[in-house]
Design a protein around this ligand. Structure first.
Ligand code: BEZ
Ligand code: FE
Length: 284
């Protein structure tokens, strides 16, 4: 049996699959895997190493750590699936990767409230409006936000941190406006103490992500949007470890002085402001 005959036999073995989508998926997977192994001339040693990497990935994964998704992120697969699924209409705010640090159930907070439960960096006043494709305001849209502090960490990475630190859910006002007091985010490395980190090290890649604030925006009648706001002044915008930067999501954080009359309550000393409107696409 030649290698090509073997591939054909495996693909044909799934010919009777009763679910046509599953049949397409598994036949294409078999073709792609066989094509990959043939193209690189995979040795038995390399095959064994690959099994070891998958085994280690399973062992390090639990309800707090998802190393399989991290592989997907670091190989650009998460962004590829996002690009294929979210073909948004012109003018809609673009989506990007969710990441492993989202924890559902953030506390509801009032317009303008702080998401920092303890000191976490330079105060950042984040504001804007949530709009539809025609520029009409969307009232009562929910913004679910989370971010890291100046120690690079998300609260879920610090067992001693208050559970609701650096996260919160806000509702837009009648005119679609939202505002909250965040902190200026900083670049940080994706978890690199497991198999994905080993891969990055072995291939000469770095684990860093550029500074960003995460948001999920939900409103009835509109597609739910998971996105980021990136800081234009951040390092790593052109080499994000998970390929999630889209130029339309990069914004300017404006430096503001301590005596600026617009200084929000709760911000002491120097602060920054960030305006970012969000445009939602209608539900499909
Ligand atoms: C994040 O932005 O939180 C993230 C995304 C993908 C992998 C790791 C972290
Ligand atoms: Fe993040």
């Amino acid at each position: 049996m030649t290698p090509a005959d073997l591939t054909t036999a495996v693909v044909e073995s799934f010919g009777g699959c009763p679910d046509p989508r599953l049949r397409d998926l598994i036949q294409a997977l078999a073709r792609a895997l066989h094509g990959f192994v043939s193209e690189v001339g995979l040795t038995h040693d390399e095959w064994e190493q690959a099994i070891g990497v998958l085994t280690d990935t399973g062992h390090i994964t639990d309800e707090r750590r998802q190393e399989f998704v991290l592989w997907s992120d670091a190989l650009g697969l998460s962004m590829l699936v996002d690009a294929l699924e979210h073909r948004l209409p012109e003018g809609a705010t673009e989506s990007t990767v969710l990441g492993p640090f989202y924890v559902p159930g953030s506390p509801p907070r009032e317009y303008g409230a702080s998401i920092a439960e303890e000191m976490a960096g330079v105060p950042a006043w984040v504001y804007g409006r949530v709009l539809d494709l025609d520029g009409r305001s969307i009232a009562a849209a929910e913004l679910d936000v989370w971010q890291n502090g100046d120690d690079r960490l998300y609260a879920v990475q610090r067992p001693e941190a208050p559970e609701d630190h650096l996260r919160g859910r806000f509702r837009t006002r009648e005119d679609g406006s939202y505002a909250f007091l965040a902190v200026r985010p900083v670049p940080y490395p994706i978890p690199d103490d497991g198999p994905v980190g080993k891969m990055l090290q072995a291939t000469g890649r770095h684990p860093w992500r550029p500074a960003h604030i995460h948001m999920i925006i939900r409103a009835p009648g509109f597609q739910t949007l998971a996105t980021h706001i990136f800081d234009r002044a951040s390092a790593y915008l052109d080499s994000d470890a998970v390929f999630a930067v889209k130029p339309s999501l990069v914004r300017d954080f404006v430096q503001r002085s301590a005596d600026d009359p617009e200084r929000p309550a709760g911000a002491a000393g120097e602060w920054v402001s960030l305006e970012s409107d969000i445009v939602l696409a209608p539900s499909r």
